[in-house]
Design a protein around this ligand. Structure first.
Ligand code: ACO
Length: 428
C-alpha cells in the first residue's frame, strides 16, 4: 500500500501521510492540510468520512457486522461476562482479575450514596418531565456536590471518580423513574449484584419484598453490555468534545446524556415502541407504514431501522433479538407488539427500498420489547441505554484526556453575507 495520499489544488500537489490502524483501516492524516494549502479545509457534514481521534477502545466493522471492546467480540462478552467486568475492561483496558472485580464492586457500593439534597432537586421537577432531561440535570448537579476535578494522570483519582459515578448513576436512574411514579426514593441493597441492585432500586414497592427474577437480571445484564460502547457515535463524540475543553467528567457525561436523548440516536428505542403502539392502534397495518417510510414526501421513518455505520447487520441486534425471544417465552409474555415488530422486520428485509439502502434492524428495534416485558416504562428506555453506555463514555473521556487531545473545534465553510455596512434602525 502506498503510504501517502496526494491532493492536487490548482495544479499544485500536496502529499499527506496514510495512517493504518490495528485492523488495517486506513486514514489520511490531514493535520497539515491548512498550513500546506494556504487555508483549505475538508467539508464533511455529519462527519461521515472524518476520524476525530485514534482510539484503542472499540473496533467495529459496519460492512462485516463486527463489534469488539478492547479486542473481545461482543458475542463472547454478552455471553460470558458481566456488566461490571465489561465496564472495567472499557475504562481501564483489561478484564479485571477476581480480586480487582470484587474490589471494584465493593468500591462502587461504598460510593453509591447520593447527597440527600439531590432529593430537593428531584422534587422541583414536574412529574411530566422527561426522564432523560431529569437524568441529564441530575448528572450535571453531581458536579456541584462533587466539585473537585479529576486529575486523569492520577490512577487513584481517576479510579475514585469512576467508582463514584458508577455507584451514584443507578441511584439517579431509579429515583428519576420512582419520582415520576410517586414512589419513595430509596437505596437498594449492598448485598446484591450491580444489576440486581438496579432492578431492586427501580421496582421495589414500599410494602412488598422485591423478588429477583434471574431471567430479567440476565437480560438486563446483556442489554447493558450490548450498549456499553460504540466508538465515536453522537453522544460519545459529545462527551469527548465537551471534555476536550477540560470540563469535568460529570459535566461531560451530562452533555452525553442530552445527545443520547434524540430519536435519531438513543431516543430511538422509545420511538420504536411508540411507533409499534401507533401501528397497533391504527389496526396493525404494517404495509401502510412501510409505504409511509418509503414516501419521500412523508417525514415518517421506520424507527429502529438503519444505522450510520452498520450497512450489513447490527451484531447487537442479532444477540438482542434472541434474548427478546427467550425473555418473552420465559416470562410467558404474549405481546401483540412483538407480532407487529416481526411483521415489519420481514417486510423491510425483503423490500427493495430497504435492501438497496442497506437498512437493517438496529439494536433499538428489539431492546424496547425486552424493556417493556420487564415492566420498564417507555419513556425510561433511553435512560436504560444511558446506564449501559456510561462505562463507554467514561473510558472514551479518559482516553481523550490521557492522549492529551487538543480542544475539539471544527472549521466551517462560510456561506453567509459578504461584508456590508451597518444600517441604523430608521433606515432598515
Ligand atoms: N426509514 C426509512 N428510510 C430511511 C431510514 C428509516 N429508518 N433510515 C434511512 N433511510 C433512508 C433515507 O431516507 C435515505 O434515503 P435516500 O438515499 O433516498 O435519501 C437513506 O436511507 C440513507 O439515510 P441517511 O439518513 O442518509 O442515513 P444516515 O446514516 O445518515 O442515518 C440513521 C442513520 C440516523 C440511524 C437513520 O437510518 C435513521 O434515522 N434511522 C431511524 C432512527 C433510528 O433507529 N436510530 C437509532 C440508531 S442506533 C443508535 O443510535 C443506537
Amino acid at each position: 500500500m502506498a503510504n501517502t495520499a496526494t491532493i492536487e489544488i490548482d495544479g499544485q500537489k500536496h502529499e499527506f501521510p496514510l495512517i493504518e490502524g490495528t485492523e488495517n483501516e486506513v486514514g489520511i492524516d490531514i493535520k497539515s492540510l491548512r498550513a500546506a494549502t494556504g487555508g483549505c479545509i475538508t467539508l464533511d457534514p455529519g462527519y461521515k468520512n472524518t476520524g476525530s481521534c485514534e482510539s484503542g477502545i472499540t473496533f467495529l466493522d459496519g460492512e462485516k457486522g463486527i463489534l469488539r471492546y478492547r479486542g473481545y467480540s461482543i458475542e463472547e462478552l454478552a455471553d460470558k461476562a458481566d456488566f461490571l467486568e465489561v465496564a472495567f475492561l472499557l475504562i481501564f483496558g483489561e478484564l479485571p482479575t477476581k480480586e480487582q472485580h470484587d474490589k471494584f464492586h465493593a468500591d462502587i457500593k461504598s460510593k453509591s450514596i447520593v447527597d440527600d439534597d439531590v432529593r430537593k432537586i428531584i422534587d422541583a421537577f414536574p412529574k411530566s418531565a422527561h426522564p432523560m432531561g431529569v437524568l441529564s440535570s441530575l448528572t450535571s448537579a453531581l458536579t456541584a456536590f462533587n466539585p473537585s476535578s479529576v486529575n486523569v494522570d492520577s490512577e487513584e483519582d481517576m479510579y475514585n471518580s469512576v467508582v463514584k459515578i458508577l455507584g451514584k448513576f443507578p441511584v439517579l436512574v431509579a429515583w428519576t423513574m420512582r419520582k415520576k411514579q410517586g414512589l419513595p426514593l430509596d437505596y437498594g441493597s449492598n448485598s446484591l449484584g450491580y444489576v440486581e441492585n438496579v432492578l431492586k432500586m427501580m421496582f421495589k414497592q414500599p410494602n412488598e419484598e422485591y423478588v429477583q427474577n434471574k431471567i430479567i437480571v440476565d437480560a438486563l445484564d446483556k442489554l447493558l453490555i450490548l450498549h456499553a460502547d460504540h466508538e465515536q457515535n453522537c453522544s460519545t463524540s459529545t462527551v469527548r468534545i465537551v471534555g476536550s475543553s477540560h470540563a469535568g467528567l460529570f459535566a461531560s457525561l451530562s452533555a452525553g446524556i442530552s445527545a443520547l436523548w434524540g430519536p435519531l440516536h438513543g431516543g430511538a428505542n422509545q420511538a420504536v415502541l411508540e411507533m409499534l403502539e401507533a401501528i397497533k392502534e391504527d389496526g396493525g397495518d404494517t404495509k401502510k407504514y412501510m409505504a409511509k417510510a418509503k414516501d419521500k414526501n412523508d417525514p415518517f421513518r421506520l424507527m429502529g431501522f438503519g444505522h450510520r455505520v452498520y450497512k450489513n447487520f447490527d451484531p447487537r441486534a442479532k444477540i438482542i433479538k434472541k434474548a427478546a425471544d427467550e425473555v418473552l417465552a420465559d416470562l410467558g409474555v404474549e405481546d401483540p407488539i412483538l407480532e407487529i415488530a416481526k411483521g415489519l422486520e420481514q417486510e423491510a428485509l425483503n423490500d427493495p427500498y430497504f435492501v438497496k439502502r442497506k437498512l437493517y434492524p438496529n439494536v433499538d428495534f428489539y431492546s424496547g420489547i425486552i424493556y417493556r416485558a420487564m415492566g420498564i416504562p417507555t419513556d425510561m428506555f433511553t435512560v436504560m441505554f444511558a446506564l449501559g453506555r456510561l462505562p463507554g463514555w467514561i473510558g472514551q473521556w479518559r482516553e481523550m484526556r490521557l492522549r492529551k487531545e487538543p480542544i475539539g473545534r471544527p472549521r466551517q465553510l462560510y456561506i453567509g453575507e459578504k461584508h456590508r455596512m451597518f444600517k441604523s434602525v430608521e433606515n432598515r
